[in-house]
Design a protein around this ligand. Structure first.
Ligand code: NAP
Length: 486
């Protein structure tokens, strides 16, 4: 079926080079969180569809891995070009299914296109080594070998970015892949698949399935054809996968939850710090794994920082992400909004004070809109201080000593991201060394970029995506020893 026809005919699975319905023709309604309307019905596959997709990926792999990295790069690079050409159209789909403002959606598509282009090049650098010999007549080398068929599971908050971080390195390394997007946000990924197909993707090399998450994951875990699972999502599901992966000793990459501290030092302008903090916090409604979630502000600048923060947060424009000038869209689903209401109520019960926001945005009858919220007087018993919030809520705390704030910031089971606001190089360096986080932004609220490693310490994950580490995650090292004739 031609790709354009696939889009028109409804949203289908893509298995072995063909758009197809899921087993039994089941579908699932995709909801626009700004209007609560069903946008369209997406095919909802099954474990059997997943098995078919894994088999197709296994069949496609020998030819794909034999291509030179230069030939594999052509497909990735052309996909990047097509994504850029179609960025506006894909961004509209993304905003409609996920809620984020159009500008953020477009930035996501362009960032993902950069990821395709970057891994097109990095695949050419899957170097082995020549290792000096200790015995005469012996020679030692290492070769890089693709891990095998990959099962890739991603969440709804960045449907394109997070699948791209798996598809691109896997394909660049010579692996083939079966992608499972979140059930609520599969549509924009369909459009990225259309770009890959037009770019020359051979049948079976990348496949797209939706369906009940547990069934799909069980097939990835139990089918010996699947050699690696790359998962982005909650820490709880990540742990389940890790337990399940033990039997088949499946390779795992886990990108999990976070609870990032944002630390404001007194040497720099607190109003500038407030602007950076608000930008980082309310992007995608705080539904970002690396979103700052606990704000430690030095006592000397607390008053000014708080006033500026409340002012910025109060003036953010809420609305349907498709409308011009909107800075904050709806949360992605009703459950997320209700969870946010619960977190704020719980914080209030434990003594927190609401400085702005704190409730559903009542101007709109429909849609999962929540007011950007700033809290003070936090008690450490409040759930928001320990549970990953994934919400547009900013809890403000204070501190006075560098060592104390490092200890407070590290007092969490998570270790994904951390942020520091300072112009003092010594302070920045001490914080970078002291913080237990895989990603540290110094005056930078949006640090992710394709060429730099992304991932967490502690219960925030295992391994790194992006950068050369992201490619290595899809490669095995083979050691070859030669004994030469005398
Ligand atoms: P989730 O429940 O773990 O879901 C994420 C994905 O896993 C979805 O595709 C979901 O499918 C699937 N899933 C659900 N239950 C599963 C199971 N038992 N076995 C296998 N897969 C399963 O996560 P979420 O709460 O929707 O997403 C937000 C989480 O993702 C947050 O914790 C956030 O920090 C994390 N995240 C991490 C990163 C990172 O790079 N570290 C980036 C973004 C988000 P269905 O949609 O079909 O349920």
């Amino acid at each position: 079926m031609a790709t354009a026809t696939a889009t028109k005919a409804g949203k289908l699975l893509y298995i072995d080079g063909k758009w197809c319905e899921g087993e039994g023709g089941k579908t699932i309604g995709v909801i626009n969180p700004a209007t609560e309307e069903v946008i369209c019905e997406m095919a909802f596959g099954s474990r059997k569809d997943t098995r078919r997709a894994l088999e197709a990926a296994a069949k496609a792999m020998p030819a794909w891995m034999k291509l030179t990295p230069y030939d594999r790069a052509k497909v990735l690079k052309k996909t990047a070009d097509l994504m850029r050409e179609r960025a506006d159209a894909i961004a509209r789909t993304l905003t409609t299914e996920q809620g984020k403002p159009l500008a953020e959606s477009k930035a996501e598509i362009l960032h993902s296109a950069d990821t395709f282009e970057w891994f097109a090049e990095e695949g050419k650098r899957a170097y082995g080594q020549v290792i000096p010999n200790s015995q005469p007549g012996k020679r030692h080398v290492t070769l890089k070998h693709p891990i095998g068929v990959v099962g890739a599971i991603s969440p709804w908050n960045f449907p394109i970015t997070l699948q791209s971080r798996k598809i691109c390195p896997a394909l660049a390394a010579g692996c083939t892949i079966v992608c499972k997007p979140a059930s609520q946000t599969p549509l924009s990924l369909v459009q990225v698949f259309e770009c890959m197909i037009e770019a020359g993707l051979p049948p079976g090399v990348a496949n797209l399935v939706t369906g009940p998450a547990q069934e799909i994951a069980d097939e990835f875990l139990e089918n010996p054809v699947c050699r690696k699972i790359s998962f982005t999502g909650s820490t709880e599901v990540g742990k389940q996968l890790m337990r399940g992966a033990a039997d088949g000793l499946k390779r795992l990459s886990l990108e999990l939850g976070g609870h990032a501290p944002f630390i404001v030092f007194p040497d720099a302008d607190p109003e500038v710090g407030a602007k950076i903090a608000v930008t980082g916090k309310f992007r995608n409604n705080g539904q970002v794994c690396i979103a700052p979630s606990r704000f430690y502000v030095h006592k000397d600048v607390q008053k000014k920082f708080t006033e500026a923060t409340v002012e910025f947060a109060k003036n953010l424009k809420l609305g349907n992400g498709l409308d011009a000038g909107v800075e904050i869209g709806p949360m992605f689903e009703k459950r997320a909004m209700e969870n946010t209401i619960g977190l704020v109520e719980d914080a209030k019960k434990t003594g927190a004070k609401i400085l702005t926001g704190g409730k559903r945005y009542e101007k709109f009858e429909k849609g999962y809109f929540f007011e950007p919220t700033v809290l003070s007087n936090l008690n450490m018993d409040a759930k928001i201080m320990t549970d990953e919030p994934f919400a547009p809520v900013m809890p403000l705390l204070d501190f006075s000593k560098l060592d104390d704030v490092i200890a407070a910031a590290n007092n969490t089971r998570y270790g994904l991201a951390a942020y520091v606001f300072t112009n003092d190089l010594t302070v920045a360096w001490k914080m970078a060394e002291g913080l237990e986080a895989g990603i540290i932004g110094v005056n930078d609220p949006v640090p992710a970029t394709p060429q730099c490693p992304f991932g967490g310490m502690k219960e925030s994950g295992l391994g790194r995506e992006l950068a050369h580490e992201g490619l290595e995650a899809y490669l095995e090292t083979k050691y070859v020893s030669f004994k030469l004739r005398d």
